[in-house]
Design a binder for this molecule. Structure first.
Ligand SMILES: [Mg+2]
Length: 252
């Protein structure tokens, strides 16, 4: 296959928790040596973009601001483009990405992975805003993510809870939304078929990218489980042990 550029997921591909995965540093060097553009695309919403970058730097994985596209900031652009004032159901550490946003009186609900902040009172406050007919906008619908001590519950279950209670359907602004993938592809001046998306999440990374017209590869790191390969069901995606193997085999 011919590849004009790459989109690379972060958590589960370059690192898990606070630790770089084996081969991550070499993979980043290799990405930089390619004469093709790349972007990191993440649905992570427990940290603001500055902190995502800070963590990468602390792991020795230096990334430039223009190289990283986050789902929460895509959400902010989506909301601002429509002039909405969102009730924010987000992790306290994500707040820096939403500084200066008008939030009241709220006529929308924006939710990320709020972690411990998903307490009853906070979910109920969001539910009450939705009861006024306000739209629900969510970073993602991810089921779980890999932490250093195992899989952890992600945002998707909480999105489903509010959708159920408020009889609404969330707008997803991160992966696998086609709008998010298009913005990432266009930031490199490419078209979807020229771009390979690499990730450890079968649904958001691989099937989502294929639906948006990109090429896709699944890596056997992070949240990957062997049962994911059955989920590919003949989809035109390739599977690699890790990002290093992918770069070695694909980016010659
Ligand atoms: Mg991931």
């Amino acid at each position: 296959m011919s590849i004009g550029g790459m989109l690379v997921d972060l958590s589960g591909v370059l690192y898990v928790g606070d630790k770089a995965l084996p081969g991550a540093h070499e993979a980043l060097l290799r990405l930089r040596e390619m004469d093709r553009p790349f972007r990191f695309v993440t649905n992570t919403s427990r940290q603001c973009r500055a902190e995502v970058m800070g963590r990468l730097h602390r792991m020795g994985l230096g990334v430039e601001p223009h190289e990283i596209l986050t789902a929460p900031l895509a959400g902010r652009r989506w909301i601002e483009a429509r002039g909405l004032r969102p009730h924010l159901l987000i992790h306290p550490e994500l707040l820096p990405d939403f500084v200066g946003m008008e939030t009241s009186p709220s006529n929308a609900v924006f939710m990320g992975d709020a972690g411990e902040t998903f307490a009853y009172g906070n979910l109920n406050a969001a539910f009450r805003v939705l009861q006024t007919g306000a739209p629900l906008i969510a970073v993602a619908r991810n089921r779980y993510f890999q932490e250093s001590d195992g899989l952890s519950l992600d945002l998707g279950a909480f999105v489903a809870a509010l959708e159920f209670a408020a009889r609404t359907e969330a707008v997803i602004v991160g992966k696998p939304s086609a709008e998010f993938y298009m913005a990432a592809v266009e930031s490199m001046g490419l078209s979807p078929p020229e771009v390979l998306m690499v990730g450890d999440d079968l649904e958001a990374d691989v099937l989502g990218a294929l639906d948006a017209g990109l090429q896709a590869a699944l890596v056997r790191t992070g949240k990957y489980r062997s049962s994911d390969e059955a989920g590919l069901k003949g989809a035109r995606a390739t599977v690699f042990d890790n990002i290093s193997e992918l770069l070695e085999k694909v980016m010659k």
